[in-house]
Every structure is written in C-alpha cells, then in structure tokens.
Design a protein around this ligand. Structure first.
Ligand code: NAD
Length: 473
C-alpha cells in the first residue's frame, strides 16, 4: 500500500510553468486587441460580476462557511455586499472616471491645452488571501476591469472552497479571453510571478510581499502591497463605554474571529481604567456569544491547523498564559479558540511583537493615555489605528502623531467601507491603495497630454542661442 501511494504521489502532474506562460500570452493578446479598453466591455464585465454575486449568493456563503465557518451574516455584510457595492459604484461612476481631466497650461506653451488621460496599464495580476477570500479577490479585479485591464487572479489555497468557486464562477460569467483565475499555492504563484505583468496587487503577509516585490523588480512592474500589522485601539475613560466596547468586539471577534488585517490587534488604556474596560468587555462578549463562546455559531473558526498552532503558541508562552483574564479555551479538533483577553503581557513577548491575526486580545496599560503614542510608534506602522475618546485635543494629537494606513476615531473597521477613502498601508503595512475611485486610479496610467497648434511659434527657443535671447526669458 505504501508503495502504491508513493507511485501515486510521484505520478501527480507537476505544475506546468509553460502553461502559465501560455495563459498570460493569451490574456495579453486579448488586451492588445483593444477590447478591454472600451467602456462597453468594462460595463458588461462589471454587470456580469453583479449578476454572478446575485445568482450565486448561496454558493458563496457556503464556500466561506466551509473555509472559515464564517457566519452567513458576516459573509454577507463583509464580503458579498461589499463586492456588490464596489460594482454598483464603478457602474455609476465609470463614465465620469474615464473622462480626461483638463488641467491649466503655462505661458511657456501658449497657446495650448492639456489633459490627464487615464489609460489601462495592460495585464495585471491579483494575488489574494484567505481571510476575506471572496472580497479580497474580486474587489481588486473590479478595479482592474473598471480601468480597462486584462486580469489574472490567484486566490488563496488556504481558502480552497472559495478559490475553486471563484475559478468556476469566473469561467461561467466573465470574458475568459481577458479575465482568468489560476488556482494554486507557492509553485503556481512563483510561476505567475516569473511572467511580465503591468501591475501586481498582492494581499497577504509582509514576508511574501518581499518575494512579490523582488519578482516584480525584474520586470520593473509596479506593485500595490496590501499587508497587515498590529492595529492598536487606544481607549480613553471619558467615553460611552458600552458603545466603544461593542465596536471593539465588532472589530475583533465579530470580524472573522480576529483574522482580519484591520482587526484590533491590542488595546491600550490607562491602568486606572483597565478594570472597568475588562468588566464591560466580558459582559458584552457574553451578550454576543453566550456563556460558552466555543458553542456560538456567530464566530468563525481558525482557518487551518498551522494557524491554530501558531495562536496557541502565542497564548502558551511563558509569562503570557498566566495573564489571561477572560477566555483561553481552545478545541484543536474544531480549530476553535474562544475570545481571549490578556492583561499586561510582557512587551517583549511574541504576542506583542507579531501580528496576532486571531481571537487573542492583549490589553497594554499605561500611566497616562498620551504614553500610548510611544508604545504604538515603537512598533512597525500598522494598517489601521483606532482611538476611543471624547477629547478633541487627543483626537488631533492622535491624527498628527500616529502614522498608520488608515485611522478611525470612536469605531473600528468601518472606514474600510467608506467609498471616498483610499484603503492601503504605509511602511510595513503596505504600499499603494485602492477602493472606489482609488481602484480605478490604481490600475490606470495617468498619461500627461499637451495639445498645441502651429500658431505662436516663438523663435526664442531655437538656436542659435544668444545672451539677448536669454535676457528675454
Ligand atoms: P500569505 O502571504 O502567506 O499568502 C497570501 C498569498 O501569497 C496566497 O495567495 C499564497 O498562495 C501566496 N504565497 C504564499 N507563499 C508564497 C511564496 N513563497 N511565493 C509566492 N506566493 C506565495 O499571507 P496570508 O497568511 O494569506 O495573509 C495574512 C496576512 O495578510 C496578514 O498579515 C494580514 O494582515 C494580511 N492581510 C492584509 C489585507 C489587506 O487588505 N491589507 C487583507 C487581508 C490580510
């Protein structure tokens, strides 16, 4: 039996790099034909995505449940409805986004006119992740299509049900000459990265982002890197505690059970206020998930056994496990970890050093709230930073002194759904941004075009040069 298994494993077809090259060639041919540039093509594909989401909502919800046991409500609110609104906005605004932007010209070029023309970049690659595997795959694709590009999507192998569904749905609903899905893991992504792309949008870890950027550099391909980080929530005492706590829970445990790039990673508050805050967190957590959160259907599981093991290791570290003040239960068979709160773990413990990306919430206490700035600024720049306060001066200081991808005062995560705001990181949390019009811009080249007539041809610019001509300038 062992021998036949070995033969089976050996005979499994190896990943074919030539096939990838061919696929990219085909997609490029389609882009070069000019079809993706037309307004009509863009609209038809966006409408097809809308139709696809409308008709396959059940399948999408099921796939997300298979991959993460994501509650249907969360699947709808944080993935399905977001994809729908991105399509809706693009369909509503596309014609105006595509209009060249007129700009003023200078006296030097008089008479002339100038405009900025948004042109598609070409063939773009979207490499997606597993935590919001539907949204984070399709949202960049919507941007790429809106801007008139051909696009290849590589969903995450860690969310296999959603990856397969995306592959099938794209085949069924979209123009496959210009929009394709390549499923797979490291080998497939490596083969894709060896190709020449006109832009790459990568969502995932900073470790792999470095691999992506190095591969892109070989072809001088621009990249958008959507990464993560330790997103802090600073909590003042002069707040509506219940509202603040509910919003913190919504931005941690009711958001993929903490497996979210903009989820609250840790809380900072004063040591005087911490007991009140913990009391309220316990109370509201019980209201949301019941007395035994391990049995709650409203909470996602941990995505895989290796992610589960990593989180348990963070929790079981010496001088950390004894700091649990709420939760701590885990079930390896079901890959579940209960909402867990820890108080004042050592600053040099792993849980305070790396992005947690799970249901563990350390609370770091400080003497006065202003000390939180130093704590946050001693770490890499996060993707989001949150502050709960009614103190206007503190709000101002926070905005001025904390650098993060995005920022939200008195709530968590909902800035991501604010159409007019760009979404992206800074420093270790990423580069570039997208969402709404920013997605269109992210996948467009802003071509500078100056129009002149043959009138007004000043001879001063031409040789032979002379001191007299220079004096006239
Ligand atoms: P990951 O980097 O391991 O995987 C993401 C993608 O990279 C997958 O498609 C995977 O197949 C591919 N990949 C993995 N290893 C590779 C390799 N060696 N070479 C080439 N490709 C490879 O990231 P992850 O664990 O899926 O995601 C977790 C991180 O993503 C967290 O830091 C989180 O904060 C971040 N994240 C960011 C956003 C955002 O929008 N900014 C959203 C979700 C997650």
């Amino acid at each position: 039996a062992t021998l036949s298994l070995m033969v089976e494993v050996e005979e499994k077809p190896k990943f074919d790099a030539d096939k990838t090259a061919l696929l990219v060639k085909e997609v490029r041919k389609s882009f070069n034909s000019g079809k993706t540039r037309s307004y009509e093509w863009r609209v038809s594909q966006l409408k097809s995505i809308e139709k696809m989401v409308e008709e396959k909502e059940m399948e999408i919800t099921e796939a997300l449940h298979k991959d993460l046991s994501k509650p249907a409500f969360e699947a709808f609110i944080s993935e399905i409805s977001q994809v729908k609104s991105s399509c809706k906005l693009a369909l509503k605004e596309l014609s105006s986004w595509m209009i060249p932007e007129k700009v003023k010209t200078s006296l030097t070029t008089y008479p002339s006119s100038a405009e900025i023309v948004s042109e598609p970049l070409g063939v773009v690659l979207v490499i997606s992740t597993w935590n919001f595997p539907f949204l984070l795959s399709l949202d960049p694709v919507i941007g790429a299509i809106s801007a008139g590009n051909a696009v290849v999507l590589k969903p995450s192998e860690i969310a296999p049900a959603t990856s397969l569904l995306l592959s099938n749905l794209v085949q069924e609903y979209l123009d496959n000459s210009a929009i394709r899905v390549v499923e797979g893991a490291v080998d497939e992504t490596t083969a894709l990265l060896a190709q020449k792309w006109d832009k790459i949008l990568y969502t995932g870890s900073a470790r792999v982002a470095r691999i992506v950027m190095a591969a892109a550099a070989k072809h001088l391909t621009p990249v958008i890197l959507e990464l993560g980080g330790k997103c802090p929530a600073v909590v003042d005492s002069n707040i509506d505690l219940q509202v603040a706590v509910r919003r913190i829970i919504a931005g941690k445990w009711a958001c993929n059970n903490g497996q979210a790039c903009i989820g609250v990673d840790y809380i900072i508050t004063t040591n005087a206020f911490a007991p009140k805050l913990i009391h309220s967190l316990r109370h509201e957590l019980e209201q949301f998930f019941g007395k035994d959160p391990m049995k709650s259907k409203d909470i996602s599981r941990i995505v895989s056994s290796s992610h589960f093991a990593r989180l348990v290791k963070l929790l079981d570290e010496e001088n950390v496990s004894d700091k649990v003040v709420f939760g701590g239960q885990r079930d390896e068979n079901q890959l579940k970890i209960a909402p867990t709160i820890l108080l004042d773990v050592p600053e040099d413990s792993q849980i305070m050093q790396e992005e947690i990306f799970g249901p563990l919430m350390p609370i770091h206490t400080v003497e006065k709230l202003e000390d939180s700035f130093e704590v946050i600024n001693s770490k890499q720049k996060p993707l989001a930073a949150y502050l709960f306060t009614n103190d206007e001066l503190l709000k101002k200081d926070f905005v001025q002194n904390i650098s993060s991808g995005g920022m939200l005062i008195n709530d968590t995560v909902v800035h991501v759904a604010t159409e007019g705001l760009p979404f992206g990181g800074v420093g270790e949390s990423g580069m570039g941004s997208y969402h709404g019009k920013f997605s269109f811009d992210a996948f467009s080249h802003k071509k500078a075009v100056l129009y002149r007539s043959f009138a007004g041809d000043a001879s001063i610019r031409y040789p032979p040069y002379s001191p007299e001509k220079q004096r006239l300038l």
